[in-house]
Design a protein. Structure first.
Length: 170
């Protein structure tokens, strides 16, 4: 029993610096991500109201990316071989991109709609066989208020079909 405790204490003393370093690396990346997200939120609050959505989105993307890079770096600091894990994640991402092709197309189109702003809230839009007033734009859908209620148009449709935009005051 005494030999077991002695071995356990030596193992703990051997791995403590690695664990502490790994935790410090992860917390550094996490803190950096939170800081960048907070700064972009402040810029969004003070800046152009039409750019708020895209700045908040970029803040969230940057935070998640930094946390993931921090996690992989922390695992590498622990001594875990992350090369196989990164390769496996790459192959998994490749397979998921085929499975979620339509969702990803709508998300990318949503980012482009938020960035380029071909139309704004309250504009009258005709697209995809529907016509109505733009209520909101998010990553997946643009919501129109029509005479029959609300219609959700996938953002990918807005990039593959003709869109007619009429400002609210005309």
């Amino acid at each position: 029993m005494e030999d077991y405790l002695q071995g356990l204490i030596s193992d703990i003393s051997l791995y403590t610096p690695r664990i502490a370093g790994s935790l410090a690396v992860f917390l550094g990346f996490w803190f950096g991500g939170v800081t960048v997200q907070h700064l972009l939120k402040r810029v969004a609050r003070r800046g152009d109201p039409e750019r708020r959505d895209i700045l908040r989105l970029f803040g969230q993307i940057i935070k998640v990316s930094l946390v993931l890079v921090g996690l992989v770096s922390a695992l590498g600091t622990l001594g875990i071989n992350v090369a196989a894990m990164v390769a496996g994640l790459g192959l998994t991402g490749f397979a998921l991109s085929f499975a979620l092709k339509d969702v990803l197309a709508n998300a990318v189109a949503g980012i482009l709609v938020l960035f380029y702003r071909p139309f704004q809230r309250n504009d009258h839009v005709t697209a995809g066989g529907f016509e109505g007033q733009v209520i909101s734009v998010d990553l997946r859908y643009t919501t129109l208020r029509t005479a029959d209620g609300q219609v959700l148009i996938p953002n990918a449709v807005l990039f593959t079909q003709t869109v007619k935009v009429r400002p609210p005051d005309s």
